[in-house]
Design a protein around this ligand. Structure first.
Ligand code: ZN
Length: 369
């Protein structure tokens, strides 16, 4: 496969400042490194280089999303606010989304990078693509940045595909450990875009991502959530794919699929409490590619979201990218012997109950397809 790859060193210069995990330093909170820092992403890039995989990818040059593109989703007031704060010394986009100088332009480069990846796939320049962008995007809403996300990278690219590229139906599969609230809100009443989020139940944003959030109006049935119990492993994720994600894609028959590739659903992520490992990510990616082959000539754009373990995010990301490419490097994940044997890695009854609940939503889901 010809796999496109979006990367720019400037993504790594987005500065989330001093924090303890995700809370700003101050008062009783001693300054430390923010959990959303460049290191996991940079180390993934380095592992791609070390493994030789980087040389096999087709470079896609990112550009900054235009104002017109940003305004398809975001309000003018919000965009102005980010631009103003960024031109000074930075600020916070609203809800746990600190940024430093120039992050307005860096966030536009992230959104524009995903748009460029989309165009490269739709033009047939590449078969599929991976955008290793930063800041991430799936929590960003129209008028507020949330959970380290400033602009909705995938939402904006999907809107571009819909309005500029004759794409009728877009599916977004999100296996980041957090709920894809921004994508859900962007297409809440829109039957042409189907967000499917697999996430840790009631994690971030708090109180969002329940199984009964299925969209409204014309969009009713065109939004699916699988809020998995903490401790879910490969068995739960593969079952959720088998009973919810893949049947939904069959029913919806998308023209283009995005993967919100958060690897914070992996074992030893400092934020998530799930247990996926690189072989798990590999299987999920392979199944999604098969669905893309069946429905839309393989058109799949994977976009990096969360993933905060500097040690492990690189091996998860490498596995996803190798699958997109259809060829493995000779790198063996050195963590696999431990993570494959973790207790409760297989499907548990309480996980299956949640998945079957979500699968029932398929009955009302996509009723107009
Ligand atoms: Zn996340």
């Amino acid at each position: 496969m010809r796999t496109g790859f979006v990367w720019d060193e400037w993504y790594m210069w987005h500065d989330t400042g001093s924090a303890a995990a995700f809370l700003p330093a101050g008062g009783p909170i001693q300054p430390d490194t923010h959990v959303e820092n460049p290191e996991p992403k940079r180390r993934l890039h380095n592992l791609l280089d070390f493994s030789g995989v980087l040389d096999t990818l087709q470079e896609i040059e990112p550009r900054q999303a235009t104002l017109e593109e940003l305004l398809r989703f975001h309000t003018p007031e919000y965009v102005d606010e980010i631009a103003e704060q960024s031109a000074e010394s930075g600020g916070d986009a609203g809800d746990l989304t600190p940024f430093g100088p120039d992050s307005y332009d860096i966030a536009r480069l992230a959104a524009g990078g995903v748009i460029e990846a989309t165009d490269a796939v739709l033009d047939g320049d590449v078969d599929n693509a991976y955008a290793l962008v930063r800041p991430p995007g799936h929590h960003a809403e129209s008028d507020i940045g949330r959970g380290f996300c400033i602009f909705g990278n995938i939402a904006l690219a999907a809107m571009h595909a819909r309005s500029e590229r004759d794409i009728e139906r877009v599916a977004v599969v999100d296996f980041d450990v957090h709920h894809g609230n921004g994508t859900q809100k962007a297409f809440w009443d829109d039957p042409t875009v189907l967000p499917i989020s697999l996430h840790q139940d009631n994690f971030f944003p708090p109180g969002e991502g329940a199984v009964d959030e299925v969209g409204e109006g014309d969009g009713r049935g065109y939004n699916l959530n699988v809020p998995l119990p903490p401790g879910s492993g490969v068995g739960a994720y593969e079952t959720a794919f088998e009973r919810v994600v893949l049947p939904a894609l069959d029913k919806f028959d998308p023209d283009l699929i995005y993967l919100a590739a958060g690897v914070d659903s992996g074992a030893i992520d400092p934020l998530g409490r799930m247990m996926l490992h690189s072989e798990g990510y590999r299987t999920l990616t392979r199944q999604l590619l098969a669905a893309a082959d069946e429905h839309c000539d393989g058109r799949l754009v994977a976009v990096h979201e969360g993933g905060y373990s500097s040690a492990y995010a690189p091996f998860s990301g490498l596995a996803i990218i190798e699958e997109l490419r259809g060829e493995r490097s000779d790198i063996e994940d050195p963590f696999m012997p431990i993570f494959a044997e973790l207790g409760y890695q297989g499907l548990q009854p309480h996980q299956e109950a949640v998945i079957d609940d979500a699968a029932e939503k398929l009955d009302i889901a996509l009723q107009n397809s």
